[in-house]
Design a protein around this ligand. Structure first.
Ligand SMILES: NC(=O)c1ccc[n+]([C@@H]2O[C@H](COP(=O)([O-])OP(=O)(O)OC[C@H]3O[C@@H](n4cnc5c(N)ncnc54)[C@H](O)[C@@H]3O)[C@@H](O)[C@H]2O)c1
Length: 423
């Protein structure tokens, strides 16, 4: 459904992979163009793939959605989801297609898989199903987002960087993933909502990467440093820079380097009249994340709290700019009674700027800091995990039977859940 960039490339390439494909559009020009063995728009190599696929008889095109659905096992929905005038996602084209598909269902006798390739918010597929299809047992819904880039769309399709299929019906998800099986790329089989979200995550990440490179590059240039040399050198580090590191959701960052160096960078940028909104917003973003954690702890039905971990990460005794210290400061300010245990923090052993930072923020830390997990558990109602305990510590915490809130888990358990797309 849809012979735009995603739909036409998908149709022609899937046909080239051996599938029988009907490309459907309401735009007669696009349909005729495919029937005439031509791509309806310019995209490198697409003309050739369309021509070959039509010649082999595996690709055809039609204006007749109902007849096309009736003869298909899988419908790939590739219609547009443009911004409406307020910036919200418009599902108008999707609604029209789902409504038309629904009209074909009363006479249908075999299964139909609807795979949504359009970019949509998490929850949209379920809502489209609820609005148009109901609980028809013949229909399965799968989200199958597309990651091709215009200009290299055919190449991106044939050599994908990511193949995602998500849904609650494992068999339907596998059938959609199998469409791409001959590409030899291991698909990511995920939940319906993850598949919907991942496309936004990827596009946001790409945009942030470009803006980051441009901001660092601009500051570098204005300080008479080669932007390309800086970014090329940054890319040499595939352990900390171009890697999974720092890409897991969790707690706020802190420590003696990241906040300090971001502040210095922003200060220097302002001094050379550079406006770098992305870099300027990072500490604020981090503070908001800390605020979310503070709110979550404050809303617990408990006033006596045991906090496991005090430093900004495991295996260090460096407390400078630890977000846990800021969290505890806020909790004490709101009248919570706090006990703290950190396996690496011993008030007698820390000194210098480390100790000063702690005593400035929490002057009465001495009475709150405990010397063992067992001691931490005395007279508290709830455990706050601000670090990941080792197996032995975790076992002691669990044996206490106390409820706990984990602030460092990548599932972000402290964030309230919203089940609808919530216009
Ligand atoms: N363009 C990209 O590079 C790209 C990449 C990945 C994902 N996406 C996403 O994929 C979706 C489609 O993007 P696109 O660029 O291919 O859009 P597009 O506007 O180029 O194509 C959409 C097509 O759907 C057709 N259409 C609309 N209503 C229809 C209906 N009721 N029945 C049949 N056809 C109908 C339109 O005529 C049009 O040809 C969007 O959600 C987009 O965000 C786009």
């Amino acid at each position: 459904m849809g012979l735009g960039y995603v739909g036409c490339v998908s149709s022609a390439c899937l046909a080239a992979l051996g599938h029988q494909v009907i490309g459907v559009d309401t735009d007669a020009h696009k349909v005729n163009s495919v029937l005439e063995k031509k791509a309806p728009f310019y995209e490198p190599y697409l003309d050739a793939v369309v021509a070959r696929s039509v010649e082999t008889g595996r690709l055809t095109a039609s204006l007749d959605l109902a007849a096309s659905v009736a003869s298909s096992d899988i419908v790939l929905v590739c219609v547009g989801t443009p911004s409406n005038r307020y910036g919200n996602l418009s599902t108008e084209q999707l609604d029209r297609v789902f409504a038309q598909i629904a009209l074909t269902l009363p006479t249908r006798t075999r299964q139909l898989i609807i795979a949504v390739r359009s970019t949509v918010y998490p929850g949209t597929c379920q809502e489209l199903m609820a609005r148009h299809v109901g609980d028809n047992p013949l229909v399965r819904i799968v989200s199958n987002p597309e990651f091709l880039r215009e200009g290299t769309a055919v190449k991106d399709f044939i050599e994908p960087s990511l193949v995602v299929a998500g849904g609650e019906d494992r068999e339907a998800v596998s059938r959609v993933a199998d469409l791409y099986g001959s590409l030899g790329f291991a698909p990511s089989l995920v939940s319906l909502r993850t598949a919907e979200m991942i496309k936004y995550a990827c596009n946001a990440f790409h945009a942030v990467k470009i803006a980051f490179a441009n901001e660092i590059g601009s500051l570098a240039a204005s300080l008479d440093v080669s932007p390309a040399e800086v970014m090329d050198t940054l890319c040499v580090d595939t352990r900390l820079n171009l890697s999974k590191t720092y890409l897991r959701p969790g707690f706020a960052f802190g420590g003696s380097c990241l906040p300090k160096d971001l502040r210095a960078l922003n200060y220097r940028a302002a001094r050379v009249n550079q406006t770098l909104p992305l870099l300027a917003s990072v500490l604020d973003s981090n503070q908001r994340h800390l605020d979310r954690a503070i709110q979550a702890v404050l809303s617990l039905p408990a006033r006596r709290l045991g906090v496991f971990g005090l430093t900004f990460k495991e295996d260090t005794d460096d407390l400078r700019e630890s977000p846990v210290v800021a969290l505890i400061e806020a909790l004490i300010g709101k009248g919570r009674q706090i006990r703290i245990y950190d396996p690496n923090v011993n008030l007698e052993a820390i000194y210098g700027s480390n100790k000063n930072f702690l005593l400035n923020a929490l002057p009465h830390i001495g009475s709150a800091l405990t010397g063992s997990v067992e001691d931490l558990l005395q007279d508290v109602e709830y455990i706050i995990l601000a670090q990941t305990p080792n197996a032995e510590q975790a076992a002691t915490l669990a044996a206490s039977g106390l409820p706990s809130l984990n602030l460092v888990k990548s599932s972000l358990d402290f964030i309230p859940r919203l089940a609808t797309t919530n216009e």
